[in-house]
Design a protein around this ligand. Structure first.
Ligand code: ADP
Length: 456
């Protein structure tokens, strides 16, 4: 579809609707005026007829006309008299309304409209009674309509000519209205265009009191907030990755320089290469974890989800970690409900989630401690607690614990990458679940994973 300006569209719609409204309004005014004018005429000719009828002289049941009552045309009004046979009392050089006369002789008043030589007349006919009883004739009052029709035509012309003038005035008004209503949108477009990655912290000012514009500005500002947060997160991640890769690369570079400085024995070369291999493995492992995180973040992961039996999955990981726990003299306990728990998900991701949490619990619990895995069923979800009696996490570290590369112990640069919990968090989220932690320093931690279950 061709793009169109809302301003022009609004103004055109405004003019169109106003035009129709004006036209209908004018039609109503004109028709009402016409109706009332004709009603007035009907009333006037009836009043004339009755006032003349009262003064008519009747002798021997015959109408005797005085000079005044003879047919005359006074300002377009004619008064005619008829005897009881319906014959005019005087010769009239004027076509009268015969139907009305026969109706009047039967005792009925009537109105009608006649035409003579292109001129229209309104006619009122009523019976003339003797002593208010016997009908002795009829009276017909005829009034020319040319005066009122001329006035009505002038009125209609005047009203119709006023439509374009009013529309021109309204189109100026409509244009100003549309401009005023939509100007803030132009400013929003200009300001949004001026926001680049360098000034992502810039926000749009609230430039209007209109609710719709305010909502638009608020929505855009919220979106900018999300983009800024995401952008900063990615920037931080790039910095972290560079930082994490610098250490192994420095070691590799140091070892290569050492090997090249002078001729060395085979044993020395083997030892140097082994060191290099260790660092390369470390980097490869970190890159794999990062790639996993990037993939797990993809929202369409759900397409590949299958039904997973959680009891078996957790039991398998528990058995896997038993030897390590034993080695550290840690009591590793599992508390599973008897009923089977089915969830929809990716089994290898879910294994990774629980493996990371159990591995951490064992890693951060000193010898002789206890690690408990407790699975509880709630209405539509399953709650898995991994509780340890380990070193715990300080309150200031807790909000950051699921961030990528975050390690509570800043001095420790080897061991984990600080990606395990970020991966666990991403997996829980992609499975429509959540992960929480409660911990107190030197007392231990409880990591809780909540996942929706499939009800059978
Ligand atoms: P890492 O590979 O360093 O273990 P994680 O993302 O798994 O990375 O954990 C991030 C940090 O959270 C760890 O460095 C550790 O300080 C803290 N942490 C994780 N689990 C526990 C736990 N069970 N007890 C105490 N601290 C923990």
């Amino acid at each position: 579809m061709k793009p169109q300006s809302i301003k022009v569209k609004l103004a055109l719609w405004y003019i169109f609707l106003l035009g129709i409204t004006l036209f209908v309004f004018i039609l109503i005014v004109y028709e009402s005026f016409k109706f009332l004018s004709y009603k007035d005429i009907d009333q006037s000719i009836q009043t004339i007829a009755s006032s003349i009828e009262e003064d008519i002289l009747i002798v021997d049941e015959k109408i005797v006309l005085s000079e005044v009552e003879k047919p005359s045309s006074f300002s377009g009004i004619f008064v005619l008299f008829f005897d009881k046979e319906g014959k005019p009392l005087i010769n009239i050089p004027f076509p009268y309304q015969k139907d009305g006369i026969s109706r009047a002789l039967k005792g009925k008043n009537s109105y009608s409209t006649i035409e003579n030589k292109g001129e229209r007349f309104r006619v009122y006919t009523s019976p003339i009674r003797y002593n208010n009883a016997r009908i002795v004739g009829a009276i017909q009052v005829i009034m020319s309509l040319s005066g009122i029709e001329r006035t009505l035509n002038k009125l209609l012309m005047l009203l119709l000519f006023s439509i374009p003038i009013l529309l021109v005035i309204a189109s100026f008004g409509g244009n100003i209205l549309a401009k005023n209503a939509l100007n803030p949108i132009d400013s929003i477009v200009d300001m949004t265009r001026s926001i680049e990655t360098e000034n992502l912290d810039k926000r749009l000012p609230m430039m209007s009191t209109d609710i719709e514009i305010r909502r638009l500005v608020e929505t855009l500002n919220e979106m900018l907030e999300r983009i800024e947060r995401g952008f900063n997160r990615e920037k931080q991640l790039t910095q972290n990755i560079s930082h994490e890769l610098r250490a192994p690369l420095t070691i590799i570079k140091g070892n290569i320089s050492l090997a090249l400085r002078k001729r060395r024995s085979i044993e020395e070369y083997i030892s140097i290469l082994q060191e290099v291999e260790r660092e390369v493995d470390y980097m490869a492992c970190m890159i794999n974890e990062l790639l996993f995180l990037a993939r797990e973040d993809e929202l369409n992961q759900r397409r590949y989800f299958k039904e997973v039996l959680l009891n078996a999955l957790i039991e398998e990981i528990y058995l896997e970690f038993l030897p390590l726990a034993k080695e550290k003299n840690i009591a590793l306990n599992l508390d599973l409900p008897p009923s089977q728990i089915m969830i929809k998900g990716n089994s290898s991701s879910l294994e990774r989630l629980f493996r990371n949490l159990i591995e951490n619990a064992i890693k951060y619990t000193p010898d002789g401690g206890i690690v408990e895995i407790k699975v509880r069923l709630e209405e539509n979800l399953v709650r898995i607690d991994i509780k340890d009696t380990g070193i715990g996490i300080s309150q200031e570290d807790i909000p950051h614990i699921f961030e990528r590369f975050y390690r509570a112990d800043k001095s420790r640069h080897r061991g984990g990458f600080g990606l395990g919990l970020a991966i666990a968090y991403a997996i829980a989220k992609s499975h429509s679940g959540e992960i929480k932690v409660e911990s107190s320093k030197d007392k231990g931690s409880v990591f809780t994973v909540i996942l929706p279950i499939i009800k059978k």
